[in-house]
Design a protein around this ligand. Structure first.
Ligand SMILES: C[S@@+](CC[C@H](N)C(=O)[O-])C[C@H]1O[C@@H](n2cnc3c(N)ncnc32)[C@H](O)[C@@H]1O
Length: 295
């Protein structure tokens, strides 16, 4: 098969690709993840699953087999697929990600879709507006996923992205450069270092309770991106306290939160003077985001 093939070591048996994929599934890996890791080890494009099917009776060399086994073990130990491949697609954007940032979740696309509904798009005839100077802010940008998706979908908007982690900002800035998207990045503890007012503020902040047993399964991701005090709402409270002073009249604040936090977040938004308070469901039917408008 490929020129990466090598003779098996003493006492080792050669596996075919099909056997290796079956072994990955026996380790508990999803088929799509197993296929991606095989393609990575074989130096093939990560989407080229048709190639795997066409070559499933090819024998693996010892070197490539050892490489595949090491990748499968990492995945079986709970490391996100995106960290192993270094790649994650979010809202159609190819992002580079690693252990410095949260692995962007499909659920977060719900927040992006809601934000886009609130931002008028440019007319199809290329006419003068989609409100060219709309100011958008993404708090806790991580890999840049939300900010970059908004900038790509609304090229005339001015998108600013904030994170308290220098390491995360390095990842987000590299993604912005590679995708040629002119997002402005600020290092700040939420809005402490941010000046000016915005038409829309969005955030997927940390929202897991500090004692939540699920945190153990997320140990590969930065704790600063996940945990937020005893009830998981410390960062959401901080953002709701700070954001209204940075909104233009009529501006919206949209927040992603945990599956059981919608009512608590709606209450916080109402107490802070938000109007038209409401929530949005994710693809699984869970109330995943809540938001409000300030008059
Ligand atoms: C749940 S992650 C979201 C990352 C990204 N927006 C996404 O949706 O994939 C939360 C992000 O908030 C950042 N963060 C945590 N505390 C912060 C703070 N006090 N100020 C600004 N950013 C903070 C973390 O570094 C992390 O990147």
């Amino acid at each position: 098969m490929s020129d990466r093939s090598a003779q098996p070591g003493p006492g080792e048996e050669r596996r075919t690709l099909a056997q290796s994929l079956a072994r990955a599934q026996a380790l508990g890996l999803e088929r799509i993840d197993a296929q991606g890791l095989h393609l990575l080890a074989l130096g093939r494009p990560l989407h080229d699953r048709a190639w795997l099917i066409a070559h499933d009776q090819d024998e693996l060399g010892a070197e490539v087999q050892a490489h595949i086994d090491a990748l499968l073990q990492r995945r079986a130990a709970g490391e996100p697929q995106a960290y192993i491949t270094g790649h994650k697609e979010f809202f159609g954007l190819p992002l580079q990600v690693d252990g410095r940032v949260l692995d962007p979740r499909p659920d977060t696309e719900t927040l992006v879709e809601w934000a886009l509904e609130l931002i008028p798009a440019a007319p199809a005839d290329g006419g003068p507006t989609e409100a060219p100077d709309l100011q958008l802010l993404d708090l806790g940008t991580g890999s840049g996923a939300i900010a970059l998706a908004l900038q790509q979908q609304r090229p005339r908007a001015r998108v600013t992205a904030v994170d308290a982690s220098h390491a995360a900002l390095d990842v987000a800035q590299a993604n912005a450069r590679r995708l040629n998207l002119p997002v402005r990045f600020i290092h700040s503890d939420w809005l402490a270092g941010v000046h000016g007012r915005f038409d829309l503020i969005v955030s997927n902040p940390p929202y897991i309770r500090a004692d939540d047993p699920h945190l153990a399964a997320l140990r590969h991701e930065p704790l600063q991106a996940l945990a937020s005090g005893q009830d998981g709402l410390d960062d959401i409270r901080a953002i709701i306290a700070q954001a209204p002073a940075h909104l233009q009249p009529g501006g919206w604040l949209l927040l992603e939160h945990g599956y059981d936090q919608a009512q608590a977040v709606r209450d916080l938004l109402t107490q802070a003077g938000g109007q038209r308070v409401c929530s949005r469901h994710d693809l699984a039917g869970i109330e995943r985001c809540s938001g409000a408008q300030w008059a």
